[in-house]
Design a protein around this ligand. Structure first.
Ligand SMILES: Cc1ncc(COP(=O)(O)O)c(C=O)c1O
Length: 358
């Protein structure tokens, strides 16, 4: 496959203050674009980052065929830019595509595209530890047609932008007893835009009550714990990490998978299973709920300080007293930076592309 490259006339890099990067508003110089038509992907190109023309009847704007991924490139201690389990993001994008009846994108092109693009944008990876170049692959339907059916054409784009070190404050969660995020048989497992749009109103209401995020419960009985915001949830009950099993209604987080694999090789007990919110309340009352944390690409591990369920407010043990969440976070960050051995081959150095460096 060939990716054509058109470089931007002037880099905007010198205008960036890496000590003050507004989150999600700074974008690097180039983007990768591909188009699907006549049953195949092609026209692979890296072009200057900028506006895209669109037709008002473009189907992706109307019927929700819009999926995305979120991943990061970081620098190791020795300065090598790396990805973390990039093939998992490609695989998840394609699972989302299949569920939304969109065209799957070839994994080899996905990987070649991120390597080439990030190798061109290496200077955009912020130097400070904990900061990263955020990578946003996404795909949308481009048929110019009004009517509910799968589009025959799609566009796939990857752009990137630097993000500063993320020092997450411990978060508070409110269990939601009216709205739900995803029902069995729905598309909660897809990283589809609609899942996020639907979460905004209930999240605003939770924030108005003084909570950071919603703890979603299952859509049938409001009984089983699902996930929170853009994080999967893990509880430490006694000495065991317990996390909801992925039964189609929650996103299969790549951080979640990584953390469970770390638990496995470190001999930390863990269970993937259905967890009721009542079990969490009971464990808290018995003094057995030692920790709760969310996992996700943004923060790796976000500690949960407080959970409200109905009239019950659970204040969890102070972060300083926690052992498992902080250790898992340190292990994952250590592997990424090269401080800790990468036993599983998760860290993938960005291939330096000759074309990209001319
Ligand atoms: C709804 C939801 N759950 C969980 C996650 C965590 O997934 P990952 O660890 O792959 O970032 C995300 C973020 O992508 C998300 O959007």
């Amino acid at each position: 496959m060939k990716i054509s490259i058109t470089k931007s006339e002037q880099s905007r890099l010198s205008q960036i203050d890496f000590d003050n990067i507004p989150f999600g508003r700074t974008f690097s110089d180039h983007m990768f674009v591909a188009d699907f038509k006549d049953g195949q992907w092609g026209d692979y190109r890296i072009i200057p980052f900028g506006y895209m023309q669109m037709h008002p009847a473009m189907m992706g704007l109307h019927y929700g065929q819009l999926i995305f991924e979120g991943m990061k490139a970081t620098k190791m201690q020795d300065g090598t830019p790396v990805f973390f389990r990039p093939e998992m993001h490609s695989a998840r994008l394609n699972r989302s595509a299949a569920r939304m009846k969109m065209a799957e994108f070839p994994e080899d092109v996905f990987l070649e595209a991120i390597h080439t693009l990030v190798s061109m944008e290496q200077g955009w990876i912020p130097p400070a530890e904990g900061s990263a170049l955020y990578i946003r692959p996404f795909m949308f339907a481009t048929d110019e047609f009004i009517g509910v059916k799968p589009s025959k054409t799609y566009r796939f784009v990857i752009f990137t932008g630097p993000v500063g070190p993320y020092y997450p404050k411990p978060v508070s969660l409110l269990s939601e007893q009216k709205y739900t995020r995803a029902a069995p048989g729905g598309f909660g497992e897809a990283k589809a835009a609609g899942n996020y749009g639907g979460s905004l109103l209930p999240t605003e209401l939770a924030i108005a009550q003084g909570y950071d995020q919603i703890l979603w419960l299952d859509a049938l009985e409001y009984k089983y714990v699902q996930e929170a915001g853009t994080m999967n949830l893990m509880f430490v009950i006694g000495d065991t990490v317990v996390t909801p099993s992925t039964t189609g209604t929650i996103l299969k987080g790549i951080t979640r998978d990584t953390i469970l694999k770390i638990c496995d090789y470190k001999g930390i007990k863990f269970e993937e299973r259905m967890i009721t919110i009542d079990e969490i309340v009971e464990a808290h009352m018995d003094g057995q709920l030692k920790e709760c944390f969310g996992t996700g690409t943004a923060a790796v591990v976000s500690h949960v300080a407080k959970i409200k369920h109905g009239d019950i407010i659970m204040e969890l043990p102070p972060i300083e007293d926690r052992k498992i969440g902080p250790a898992l976070k340190d292990e994952m960050n250590g592997i990424r930076s090269g401080r800790i051995e990468d036993r599983k081959g998760w860290v993938v150095p960005v291939k330096s592309n000759q074309l990209a460096t001319v």
